[in-house]
Write a protein that binds this ligand. Structure first.
Ligand SMILES: Cc1ncc(COP(=O)(O)O)c(C=O)c1O
Length: 442
């Protein structure tokens, strides 16, 4: 390992979703990564228990992706995203279209999950307008949903801490209830038995606003960032039926569930429900380059084309300077090659029973109120310290960090989402370290 890198001054960087004051007193600096492991500034190996931020599913610094990015920078570093194209954008879009559940086959590129969500919401609104249904302007989300941090995403998102400061721009939105029912489903393995009827909440919200005013409902098939909340059996199917009945678009935010995490290519495949629009990001490039997107059906795309006026006019006034950035597309193509060649979804499926048994082995551990899992993702609800709801998960994650393990914490939860290349022994070490951290934490 080369000499550890330590910045002299930590002040200027205003860190995202970070307790800046706390971090800067005791920084956790990562200076390298390979495979399953980070190296920190002290030269310690840290097992990556959350695949970065749910994105480095094939493990770090994979050679083929590194090569693809390096050669793309040298060949075509940037191409204007508007009114111009480059071959890799079309190649990646075709590739994605072939991987998606039918009839999703047209891809609009963005740079992140947040942008993908805002783009999907805009497509939904513009789609209804193009069909002469411009009164369908309301957007629905779900409690405890996380859809990034754009104004659209926090509006439909259901995490109060992310929304409450931002006032009146969040109008025209309503939420259905979340599905996490500890009274009936605590310690569920896979899809919980009870709670399909939570979907009927959608009928109530529709009765309140009227379907003629509602454009779309957005949900994560598995809510990731709020602690891995698994949909109850039959719940997503019921949402699909209700949306169909009322001409409301169903959007799946697959920023976490896409590309293998559920043991299938997309979360939609795992639950047998196809949305009208699907967002993706993160692992499409294995986290190496920022890239996201929205996938729509040909019918939705054609609606925009038909309403677009003369053929020199834009059909959808939306896009980003870096939409379909050539380097991100090169990373995406290489990452999808790897995902298919190594059968990422199959690997998740093969590991999931072992992972499930390991995480549920922590039932009865100190502070643990619930454990749930799906594919290669698990969430733990941690009993809060009175009056300090977010403190204990932080303490637990820091105890893991000291032992050389990186886990995510948020709200009253701990989350695990190891890379697909994990060996069973590594999963065991991760879960054992969490068990030790739980036992040590007051
Ligand atoms: C389901 C979901 N949607 C959207 C986002 C936002 O993605 P980004 O941070 O790339 O903007 C995330 C990020 O974790 C996510 O989990």
């Amino acid at each position: 390992m080369t000499a550890p890198l330590r910045p002299n001054n930590l002040e200027a960087f205003w860190m995202p979703f970070t307790a800046n004051r706390q971090f800067k007193q005791a920084p956790r600096l990562l200076v390298g990564a390979k495979g399953m492991y980070y190296t920190d500034a002290d030269g310690r190996e840290i097992l990556d228990g959350t695949a970065g931020l749910w994105c480095v599913n094939a493990g770090h610094a994979r050679e083929k992706i590194v090569e693809a990015v390096s050669s793309q920078v040298a060949e075509l570093d940037y191409a204007p995203a508007f009114q111009m194209g480059h071959p890799k954008a079309f190649e990646l879009a075709s590739r994605l279209a072939n991987m998606m559940p039918s009839p999703l086959d047209h891809v609009f590129f963005t740079n992140s999950g947040s942008e993908s969500v805002d783009t999907a919401l805009k497509i939904a609104l513009a789609y209804h307008r193009a069909r002469g249904k411009g009164t369908k302007f309301r957007l629905l989300g779900r409690e405890r949903g996380y859809h990034g941090v754009g104004f659209g995403g926090i509006s439909v998102g259901g995490i109060s801490g992310n929304r409450k400061t931002f006032g009146t721009l969040l109008t025209g939105v309503d939420h259905i209830r979340h599905t996490h029912d500890l009274s009936r489903n605590a310690f569920s393995r896979g899809e919980p038995e009870y709670g399909a009827e939570f979907a009927d909440d959608l009928e109530k919200v529709i009765a309140l606003h009227d379907a003629s005013n509602i454009a779309a409902l957005i949900v994560e098939p598995v809510a990731g960032s709020t602690g891995v909340l698994i949909p109850p059996k039959g719940y997503l199917k019921r949402l699909r039926e209700i949306c169909d009945k009322h001409d409301i678009l169903l959007i799946f935010d697959e920023v976490i569930t896409g590309f293998g995490r559920c043991g299938t290519m997309m979360g939609a495949d795992a639950f047998g429900v196809v949305p009208d629009l699907m967002t993706f990001a993160k692992q499409v490039t294995n986290g190496v380059q920022p890239l996201g997107g929205v996938v729509a059906s040909k019918a939705i795309y054609d609606t925009f084309m038909a309403a677009g006026g003369p053929d020199y006019m834009l059909e959808f006034a939306h896009g980003y300077t870096y939409s379909a950035h050539p380097v991100a597309c090169a990373a995406g193509i290489a990452a999808l090659d790897l995902l298919e060649r190594e059968d990422g979804p199959g690997r998740v499926k093969a590991l999931s029973a072992h992972f499930e048994a390991a995480v549920h082995g922590l039932k009865g551990a100190r502070h643990v109120l619930d454990i749930r899992n799906y594919g290669l993702a698990a969430g733990f609800t941690i009993a809060p310290v009175a009056g300090e709801p977010a403190r204990r998960p932080y303490d637990i994650a820091m105890a893991c960090w000291k032992k050389g393990f990186y886990v995510r914490y948020g709200g009253d939860t701990i989350q695990l989402a190891p890379p697909f290349i994990s060996e069973k022994a590594e999963l065991d070490r991760l879960v054992n370290a969490l068990g030790d951290a739980l036992a040590e934490t007051v």
